[in-house]
Design a protein around this ligand. Structure first.
Ligand code: NAP
Length: 248
C-alpha cells in the first residue's frame, strides 16, 4: 500500500504510544515520516528501526513542541531538506494531574504550553509550506476528556478543549488553500499515559465503555491515516471520536 508515497509527514511525540503507531501506519502506507520526540531517544530510534524493517522511510527529529522559535526553525528546515511538508499530526502531549484547588501553577502552565501551544507552534510553521503547495493535511489529537471533563484533569481538559476550537478555526482559515484540519478524540487508550492508572479505576472505566475495552494505539492510528488520505478530502473542521462509545 503506497498511497502516501509522495508525502512528507511530521508526527509529533512519535517515540511512544499513539504517535508511534501513527508514524508506523503512515510509513507503512508509503509516507516519508519525520519522527519527533522530546527526550526518549532510544524509544524514537526503536520506531525508526521498526519503520525501516517494514521497508519504510523515516527520519528522527528531536525538539520540544512548546518552543515557538525552535519549532519555526526546525519545521522550515524539514520542509527544505525533504522537499515539502504535506501531513502534520499534532500528537505530542502530557498530563500533570491534580485537583484544581491544589494545582500548582507550573502544572497548569506546562500542560497548556505543551498540549495546546505546541499545536499552535507546529501548525503555524507547517502552514507556510502547505500554503505554498496548496495542499496539506493536519490532524490534531484531542481527548474525550476535552469533551466531557475529568476530575483531576482541569489543565488537560482545558488544553484538549482548546485544541477543538483551534481545529475548527484553522479549518476555516485555510480551507480555500487545499488544506484540511481535523482532530481525533481518543477515549482511553493503552499507552504509557494510562499505564499507571490504578486497576480498580481502569476496571470502572471499562464498565462504562460499550465496546468493553481500552483502545489500542493502532485503533487511533487507522483513523488518523484515513483523515490524511484522499478518501477524507471533503472532511475538515471535524472531530472524530475514537472512544469505544464511552462518550457520544
Ligand atoms: P505517551 O505514550 O505518554 O507519549 C507521549 C509522546 O509525546 C512521547 O512520544 C513523548 O516524547 C512526546 N512528548 C511529550 N512532551 C513533548 C514535547 N514537549 N515535545 C515533543 N514531544 C513531546 O502518550 P500517548 O498516550 O501516546 O498520547 C499521545 C497523545 O494522545 C497525547 O496528546 C494525549 O493527550 C492524547 N490522548 C491519549 C489518550 C490515552 O488514553 N493514552 C487518550 C486521549 C488522548 P518522549 O518519548 O521523548 O517523552
Amino acid at each position: 500500500m503506497m498511497e502516501f508515497k509522495d508525502r512528507v509527514a511530521l508526527v509529533t511525540g512519535a517515540s511512544r504510544g499513539i504517535g508511534r503507531a501513527v508514524a508506523i501506519e503512515l510509513a507503512r502506507r508509503g509516507a516519508f515520516v519525520v519522527v519527533n520526540y522530546a527526550r526518549n531517544q532510544s524509544a524514537a530510534e526503536g520506531v525508526l528501526e521498526e519503520i525501516r524493517a517494514l521497508g519504510g522511510r523515516a527520519y528522527l527529529c528531536q525538539f520540544d513542541v512548546s518552543d515557538f522559535s525552535l519549532v519555526q526553525e526546525i519545521i522550515a528546515k524539514v520542509e527544505q531538506d525533504f522537499g515539502g511538508l504535506h501531513i502534520l499530526v499534532n500528537n505530542a502531549g502530557i498530563t500533570r494531574d491534580g485537583l484544581v484547588m491544589r494545582m500548582k501553577e507550573e502544572d497548569w502552565d506546562e500542560v497548556i504550553r505543551i498540549d495546546l501551544k505546541g499545536v499552535f507552534n507546529c501548525t503555524r510553521a507547517a502552514l507556510k509550506s502547505m500554503i505554498k503547495q496548496r495542499y496539506g493535511r493536519i490532524v490534531n489529537v484531542t481527548s474525550v476528556v476535552g469533551e466531557m471533563g475529568n476530575s483531576g484533569q482541569a489543565n488537560y481538559s482545558a488544553a484538549k478543549a482548546g485544541i477543538i476550537g483551534f481545529t475548527k478555526a484553522v479549518a476555516k482559515e485555510v480551507g480555500s488553500r487545499g488544506i484540511t484540519v481535523n482532530a481525533v478524540s481518543p477515549g482511553f487508550i493503552e499507552t504509557d499515559m494510562t499505564y499507571n492508572l490504578p486497576k480498580d479505576l481502569k476496571d470502572r472505566y471499562i464498565e462504562e465503555i460499550p465496546l468493553g475495552r481500552f483502545g489500542t494505539p493502532e485503533d487511533v492510528a487507522k483513523v488518523v491515516a484515513f483523515l490524511v488520505s484522499d478518501d477524507a478530502s471533503y472532511i475538515t473542521g471535524e472531530i472524530i471520536r475514537v472512544n469505544g462509545g464511552l462518550y457520544t
